[in-house]
Structures are given as C-alpha cells and as structure tokens.
Write a protein that binds this ligand. Structure first.
Ligand code: PEP
Ligand code: CO
Length: 460
C-alpha cells in the first residue's frame, strides 16, 4: 500500500476507457488539471466517511441521487436547483419518517463519464466511437463529435466546479433552511397525489422546529443548513488520477474532485484498473454489485478495496433487478456478515430494471423499482443485515421517462417528455413516492423485528 500511486492503475487492464488520438495532448491537459484548485476538501471527505460508518450502524440513512449523466448543456441554474429541491424534499420525508439523520449525496458535480455496452455505435451502416459522456466526446452522431477530446477533462472540471459552487452558495445562503420548506417547491407541480402527505409532514416539522426554538429561546442554527456531498462514477481514470492529491494535514491520497467516487458494475474486476485506483485513496468509495457476482468473487474485492476493514470506507450498492434480487442477494449478505466485513449496504433499484419499449424508449417500470427496493428491505431483515441507503436516478425536471407511479405513466406518456440521453430517471412525484415508500417499508420491517425480539406470552 505504501507504494501506491495515483498513476498505478495504468499497469492494469482498464475497461471502458476512450482511445485518445493524441497521447501528448492528453498529458498536457492532465498537467493543467493537476494545477487547478480542488473541488472538495480532505476534511469533508473524512466527515462523509464517518457518516457512512454511522449509516452502516443504523444511525443514519444514505440518500444518493441525481442524474444518470450530467451534461455541459444542462449545467444551468434551473436544472441544479430543481434537482436539489427534489433531493431536499425526499430527505425531509426520510428524516421525518425514519427519525434518523440523512446523509445526502448528489450524483452531480462530476457525473460526466458513462460506461457503454459497445465501443462503437452503428447507424445506417456507419460506425463511430460510442458517446462516453461529455467528459470524453459529444453525443451527436458525427465523426468529429465522437473523437475523444482531452480538453473536455478541463471543461468537465470547470462545470463540476460551477455546479459545486452554486450548490454550496444555495445551501450556505439558506436554501435548505427547515424554516422555509417553500423554497423547495417546484413551480410546475400543480397537483400531485402526494402533495397532501408531504404538506402534512412539512407542517409537523415546522411545529417541532418552532417548539424546540421556543424551548431554546433562540433560533437553532443547525435547522438552517444541511450537508450535501457529491459523487460520481470513477470511470475515466486519467481524470481521477489528475485530481488525486496529497494535502498538508491529512496523510494519504485524496480524490479532491468529489467526496464519494464509485466503481460501476462493468469496471469492478478485482484485477482491473478501477479497483487498483480506488484502493489507494482515502475517500469512501462505492462498489456496484450486480446479479452475476458470487460471494467468492465479492469477498476478495472487498478485501482489496478495504484491506484494513475500515468502517465507512466501502459502500456496496446492489443493483440486481426485481426479478433477480431474491436469488442473487441473500448469499452475498450472508457471506459478508459471516466474514465480519464492515460495509454499508445500499440499494440501487434502477439499473437492474431497465428495459426497452416497442417504440424504442429505454425505460423502467416504477412497480419494478419499488418491488426491488421492498424486497431489498425484507432480504436484509431475513439475513440479519441492514439496508442503510438508497441510490437513485432522478431529476427535478418534469419528465416522463419511467413508467408507472402515482400518475401511472404509460408507454404513450414517454413520448411527451422524454429528455434523458442515457438512463430513464424518476421524476419528482415518482421520487417522492419512493421516499414515502421507504419510510413505510422500513417502519414495517423494524416493527416485525422488534415483535420477534419481544418475549412471547409464556416468557417471564
Ligand atoms: C450508473 O450508475 O449510471 C451505472 C451505469 O450503473 P451500473 O454500473 O450499476 O450499471
Ligand atoms: Co444510469
């Protein structure tokens, strides 16, 4: 471990990397990137690691959410605030219902690289490099647009910094103030079946806040702000390498572009470059775990990424699919528990439930997302482990990309407002509905658990 360096991943096979036509140009851009100021601090990173360790103990709940992919074109005030509004409303529902602090991690300020199923995309007999996210190339189907351009590393960093700066300014300026939940209302939400329940909850919170401040005799500062952390998939390793630094007061290497990088399912190989990179940084890291992973494969990856079994370091994000989770998950939970590995378990009910409609839309059914999540809670309860968080793709924009939910969106609705160029996202109502469902489901699981532990009628 002492010999680990940010560039060492280059000695391993690196999946999902673009081929840059000019290696020297790439190195020049990386050299520029290395000199730019960081986007987050080591102190924040270590705080998040502590919070994640607490989530693993059941003292906090993790809410990680945002776009499948950010784009430079959507780095604007409305998109950023609307996404923040949804996440804040969801986290209020979770805090209120679970009676736990929520760790909020956005999939933003750096989510610009995407894994693809093929290196080349073919249309009408023409074959071009696949679009790999705005940090690599452009989505238009032209030869010029698809050439990987290393200048985009710098643009991605700048757009991440602008996003981060705006989020921090909003939060510090009182946007997340519990005294003013009306700041998080979305203008376009006219009537939503969930609004009434949400309003009731907000009123109850308002009353508690006023009551506590009356007791304290002064405004309580901690009601005025919340912590927001950032995350992105650590996919494009040249970028991650260039933003990995040492700092004066904390030992080790930190990825200072984000608080929480994660390894995607397609780049999770034990002997691959992504595991090698993530192993050496002090940041907490996530690892996506798909349905084909066995316990014998998973345990060595856990040990490789977290050799000291440090609490908070590793979050396992299972993304199995509603049809597979009951078969695939139990043996993993059992093995990790049996071997005493410290991990936070988090559910991504999105990526195992993607399908295509007859008219060519990539979509997800709300009922499958919900079913995977509900099963997740039950499977964890049965295994004696804890589901401590959820990982979602969502947006504050008024989109129709996932089917079902309170308004029961159908295939026909998808045509109305399908905006994603990558994966389909939950819209505001579907997101809030899921947050309420988590509260209800987790409450029920806990009740059942305490009923089991309660002495029976014959006991003394
Ligand atoms: C993603 O989170 O956008 C993603 C590609 O997920 P996975 O690696 O789980 O497929
Ligand atoms: Co996605």
């Amino acid at each position: 471990m002492t010999t680990w360096t940010p560039a060492q991943w280059r000695e391993r096979p690196a999946a999902q990397q673009p081929t840059y036509p000019d290696a020297e140009h790439l190195e020049r851009c990386m050299a520029q990137l290395r000199r730019l100021p960081p986007l987050v601090t080591s102190l924040e990173i270590l705080t998040l690691k502590r919070h994640l360790a607490e989530a693993a103990e059941g003292k906090r709940f993790l809410l990680q959410g945002g776009d499948c992919a950010e784009s430079f074109g959507e780095c604007d005030s409305t998109t950023i605030t609307n996404r923040l509004k949804v996440l804040l409303q969801m986290s209020v529902a979770l805090v209120h219902g679970l009676k736990l602090p929520v760790v909020r991690i956005g999939r933003f300020a750096g989510q610009y690289a995407k894994p693809r199923s093929t290196d080349l995309e073919e249309r009408n007999g023409i074959s071009l490099p696949s679009y790999r996210g705005d940090i690599v190339n452009a989505p238009e189907f032209s030869a010029q647009a698809r050439i990987p351009d290393p200048e985009r590393l710098l643009r991605a960093h700048a757009h991440s910094a602008m996003t981060m700066n705006f989020v921090r300014a909003l939060i510090d300026g009182g946007f997340a103030d519990l005294h003013h939940p009306e700041y998080w209302d979305l203008g376009w939400v006219e009537y939503s079946p969930l609004q009434r329940e949400y309003r009731r909850m907000v009123e109850a919170i308002g009353e508690s806040v006023r009551f506590m401040e009356t007791l304290a005799g002064e405004p309580i500062g901690s009601f005025s702000r919340v912590d927001f952390f950032t995350s992105h998939e650590a996919l494009l390793l040249h970028y991650e390498e260039a933003v990995t630094r040492q700092v004066p007061r904390n030992p080790g290497w930190f990825n200072l572009s984000t608080h929480f990088p994660w390894i995607g399912m397609r780049t999770a190989a034990l002997d691959g470059a992504h595991a090698q990179y993530c192993r050496g940084i002090q940041n907490p890291v996530g690892l996506k775990v798909g349905p084909s992973v066995s316990a014998d494969q998973l345990l060595p990856v856990i040990d490789f990424l977290n050799p000291l079994n440090e609490p908070g370091k590793l979050t396992l994000i299972h993304r199995m699919g509603a049809a597979k989770i009951a078969v695939a998950l139990p043996s993993l939970l059992e093995a990790v528990r049996r071997e005493g590995r410290n991990v936070l378990w988090c559910a991504d009910p999105m990526h195992g439930n993607t399908e295509s409609t007859a008219n060519g839309y990539k979509t997800r059914r709300f009922e499958n997302i919900r079913a995977e999540l509900e099963q997740g809670f039950d499977i964890h309860a049965a295994a004696g482990t804890r589901l401590g968080g959820v990982h979602l793709e969502l947006t504050g924009e008024n989109v129709t990309e996932c089917m079902g939910g309170a308004r029961d969106l159908t295939e026909v609705d998808l045509e109305r407002a399908y905006k994603s160029s990558v994966d389909p996202r939950l819209n505001y109502e579907q997101s809030l509905e899921l947050a309420m469902m988590i509260v209800h489901k987790r409450g029920r699981v806990q009740e059942e658990e305490s009923a089991r532990l309660r002495p029976g009628p014959g006991a003394t």
